[in-house]
Write a protein that binds this ligand. Sequence first.
Ligand SMILES: [Zn+2]
Length: 71
Amino acid sequence: MTSKQKENNMKHIPTKCPMCGGKVNAGTTTFTVDLTTGVIVVRNVPAWVCNQCGEDWIEDEVSAKLEVITL
Ligand SMILES: [Zn+2]
């Protein structure tokens, strides 16, 4: 028997918005980092966006890259 493959689900990204129950679609968002020296704005960041309230979620992989950019 083959061992059951571990499901690699995205942990914190919902398929349904927990705020309004809207549908969460792939899209882009604007990521803002507030530093002591100023603010960095990264546009067109790949994210999951609620089609009703606009709440967004950024995947771990993407936020890790953002951390590298904004360090
Ligand atoms: Zn929503």
